[in-house]
Design a binder for this molecule. Structure first.
Ligand SMILES: [Zn+2]
Length: 143
């Protein structure tokens, strides 16, 4: 499925300036990290329960957002490429919600599944080969 950015709920971006000078630190050695300059891969939610949980809103409001856009793009949560002098490149998930401390963690497989990025660049794409495998099996059974 393809989503266009214009269809997503957009949120006021007033606070972005405040976070620009945020420093990031390596989860392994606590050294200062440098932005590797990748685009931000924003997180989106497709389940009402995920929208509700992550935005901390009522179920009614979450289901309203879901009905509006089918999927909700969370502009306060994204995966970005960083670089540590010792540990090299790493993908971090960053969440900065209004009035809450910024959360930084290593991006998990689950995080990647819900981003605007295509797929986790750290692992080869397994779904393609699995798909063609099951397709070829099916074709063999039919013939
Ligand atoms: Zn490090």
């Amino acid at each position: 499925m393809l989503y266009t950015l214009t269809n997503f709920q957009t949120m006021p971006n007033k606070r972005s300036r405040r976070y620009r000078k945020q420093k990031f630190y390596c989860p392994y050695c606590q050294a200062r990290l440098w932005r590797a300059g990748s685009p931000k891969h924003y997180i989106y939610y497709q389940e009402i329960s995920d929208i509700q949980k992550n935005l901390n809103i009522s179920r009614k409001k979450a289901s309203f957002l879901k009905n509006q856009n089918n999927t909700y793009l969370d502009r306060s949560s994204w995966i970005e490429d960083f670089c540590c002098e010792q540990h090299g490149k790493m993908w971090l998930k960053i969440t900065c919600k209004v009035d809450r401390p910024m959360q930084v963690s290593l991006a998990s497989e689950d995080d990647w599944k819900n981003t605007t990025g295509t797929i986790n660049p750290n692992v080869p794409n397994p779904s393609v080969s699995e798909f063609s495998y099951s397709m070829s099996r099916r074709l063999k059974i039919q013939s």
